[in-house]
Design a protein around this ligand. Sequence first.
Ligand code: SF4
Length: 252
Amino acid sequence: MLREDIVFGPIKSRRLGRSLGINLLPEKGKICNFDCIYCECGWNSEGLSDTRIPNAAAVRNALEDKLCQCMLEGVQIDSITFSGDGEPTLNPDFARIIDDTIILRNTFYPSAKISVLSNATRLHKEDVFQALRKVDQPILKLDAPDNTLAAIINRCGKDYDVNRVIEGMERFQGNFILQTIFLKCKDFDSLSPAVLEGWKAWVRLLRPRQIMAYTISRPTPLAGIEAYEESAIRDALQDLLDEGFSIQIKGK
Ligand code: SF4
């Protein structure tokens, strides 16, 4: 499922309400430094012919046009969301685009949140970190508690280091949203005690202001992945709920 436009929607999002999407990556292909087995955009190897990445001016113009149109039509927008075909922070203009988006949001939809769905691999880049600090909802991914499982779920490169990701997340001092997908296939089970305890140890260290715990809801590029019922995820995270963590759970 690739986004054909820089700005798309608004769509009804399970997690974000009425969400106006922004795609900072190509329209017909995906660019990501992960290649998650569940990615709704498919594999990185598909659609490689399109490498056009919109610059800050193109994003600003597209967003201004769309926000103006939505306002005139009385369309509700709860979140202006950077998601799209890959990892948004890979766009070299990311920091400038965030600054422009804040100005446009304040002008047209001051009560809408700005959300960024990121795989958190570029938090060590100061401009990326500072930009993410400015948005209302930096939603940072941690699917696996260690590099071995991340290689299976996220198919990340060899340079991925979960410790570096955690160090970047620690700099938010809890003021971020942690997103984690729970699923199982023949190679692993996210809710197995070993995986779960490793993940919970990071959660207790990071103390994010909110956790989005969810499962797959769309076809996945890898066959044989199973989703979880909401009740299974809730039961597995009950101790964190009891400890006061705010957790939004979306099962199948
Ligand atoms: S990080 Fe996001 S965009 Fe990148 S492969 Fe994973 S799900 Fe797809």
